[in-house]
Write a protein that binds this ligand. Structure first.
Ligand SMILES: C[S@@+](CC[C@H](N)C(=O)[O-])C[C@H]1O[C@@H](n2cnc3c(N)ncnc32)[C@H](O)[C@@H]1O
Length: 168
């Protein structure tokens, strides 16, 4: 890694610490929102491959907390945020956690139950498999993950909006 990119990494690393994000990747989602305004009107959202949880934190801070603090919103109207990962993660206010594999249809069914059978307005995905160092194998597993996420989007999750982002 060159000096310039190391410095850039450090800026985001420090900023994430200061602002209480679990990972620098929070800024990816914040930047996507700045550009495309993806959170407007969203009531049901799925965060695929969510651990350690910085994207779920963004969803909580942008969707759940403002709605909860709004004097006019009622309990039944609070946005539903479901986060899925193979790994467990520490709780985040307003985020329902599902520990599971996004390539497994049963995981999607659990999510839909949380939405009372409705589809999501928004799906975000920052999936990255553990790398083995074997390039062909890693590429294969990554492509399987992308396919699984796309299948889930089409079959189970998406009603209106679709955002799909894979970590690089
Ligand atoms: C780059 S991290 C996600 C970071 C997260 N967006 C954040 O902001 O904290 C990638 C995650 O993908 C998860 N993952 C990889 N394959 C998965 C699968 N098949 N099902 C669910 N999660 C998976 C890993 O466990 C890892 O936590």
């Amino acid at each position: 890694m060159g000096k310039a990119s190391r410095d850039k990494r450090d800026i985001y690393y420090r900023k994430a610490k200061e602002e209480g994000w679990r990972a620098r990747s929070a800024f990816k989602l914040l930047q996507i929102d700045e550009e495309f305004n993806i959170f407007e009107g969203v009531k049901r959202v799925v965060d695929l491959c969510a651990a350690p949880g910085s994207w779920s934190q963004v969803l909580s801070r942008k969707l759940y907390l403002p709605s909860k603090q709004s004097p006019v919103s009622k309990d039944g109207e609070l946005p539903l945020i479901v986060a899925i990962d193979l790994q467990p993660m520490a709780p985040i206010e307003g985020v329902i956690q599902v520990q599971g594999d996004i390539t497994n249809a049963r995981t999607a069914e659990v999510v839909i139950r949380h939405f009372d059978g409705c589809k999501a307005d928004l799906v975000v995905c920052d999936g990255a498999p553990d790398v083995t160092g074997l390039h062909d194998m890693d590429e294969f597993v990554q492509s399987q993950l992308i396919l699984a996420a796309e299948n889930s989007l089409q079959k189970y999750f998406v009603e209106k909006i679709q955002v799909f982002c894979i970590a690089s």
